[in-house]
Ligand binder design. Structure first.
Ligand SMILES: NC(=O)c1ccc[n+]([C@@H]2O[C@H](COP(=O)([O-])OP(=O)(O)OC[C@H]3O[C@@H](n4cnc5c(N)ncnc54)[C@H](OP(=O)(O)O)[C@@H]3O)[C@@H](O)[C@H]2O)c1
Length: 258
């Protein structure tokens, strides 16, 4: 990011730290143009990255400010960010509230997930103010450092996707739990049940990285074997509406505000 300084409030947390590290490793931001803050000012990112305990100092020195704190911590945050672009990673905090509380000219809401740690996050983002082309490219590039990213057409997409892609490993982990507990109930030894479920959730997931999941389903259903019978049972029990209702519950909470 030529001649611009990026500040990450909460940059020592799980999400902020992973993004900061990737930006440095990919040379998208140089160390002398990256600032981090938290409440203690403690944390290390290498010799040239300053870690501050004063959020306002970070804002004053930055062109773009990322808010990577939790929604409940935002209530305690006092910053004046007039003239700045603020990129919020917080779930369930609307852009209008961030604008009002910080005075920022432009607020972007983005929703990465925990896979930032392995650079496999999908990050939708939405700009509530007019971004210049340079900032737009920077936001896209920042999230591409930790996976893939798309600008979405409206803020409601962010609230909906908070409960979909924002959940990261949650849905596969719940599937894992169900597979293990049901296998144990069916008499499979516990250690075997865990390894079998791992093969499905982790091994199967990796196979989908290079194969179209929908084509894969078509092929498996056409085979009319054991897998097809299991899939048909889930379809008959309305798996799609179970998932739709689950995502809607989460999205409704994000829309209501945290
Ligand atoms: N984790 C996920 O999978 C995920 C997914 C999507 C979106 N998000 C969103 O991302 C945000 C960050 O999540 P996270 O998991 O990275 O949280 P986290 O690990 O708890 O990190 C929060 C960071 O904020 C700092 N902090 C708290 N209050 C502060 C304040 N007043 N001033 C400056 N720094 C402050 C904390 O450091 P100190 O305690 O040292 O101050 C910590 O470094 C959340 O809003 C969440 O909704 C998270």
């Amino acid at each position: 990011m030529q001649n611009k300084t990026l500040g990450i409030i909460g940059g020592t947390g799980m999400l902020g730290r992973a993004i900061a590290r990737s930006l440095l490793e990919r040379s998208v931001v140089s160390a002398d143009r990256l600032l981090i803050s938290n409440r203690s000012g403690a944390g290390t990112f290498g010799p040239q990255v300053r870690v501050l305990a004063d959020n306002q100092q970070l804002v004053d020195l930055s062109d773009i400010v990322v808010l990577s704190i939790r929604p409940e911590q935002f209530r305690e945050l006092t910053i004046h960010a007039r003239g700045k672009t603020v990129v919020s990673l917080m779930a369930g905090v609307p852009a209008s509230l961030i604008c009002e509380a910080t005075g920022a000219d432009r607020v972007v809401r983005a929703m990465p997930n925990a896979a930032v740690q392995i650079r496999q996050s999908y990050t939708p983002w939405f700009s509530a103010g007019a971004l210049d082309e340079h900032d737009r490219q920077f936001v896209q590039q920042m999230f591409e450092c930790v996976g893939t990213a798309d600008e979405v057409p409206n803020e409601d997409c962010i609230d909906y996707l908070s409960a979909l892609s924002g959940t990261g490993p949650a849905f596969p982990a719940l599937l894992y739990k169900a597979l293990v507990s049901q296998a144990i109930l069916a008499g499979i030894p516990e250690a075997i049940a865990h390894r079998a479920a791992h093969g499905v959730v982790v091994g199967g997931g990796q196979l989908l990285a290079d194969n179209d999941p929908l084509q894969m389903l078509d092929t498996l259903e056409a085979y009319r074997g054991v897998t097809a019978a299991a899939l048909q049972s889930m379809t008959d029990q309305h798996i799609e509406s179970i998932i739709g209702n689950a995502v809607k519950q989460g999205a409704d909470l994000a829309r209501k505000g945290l």
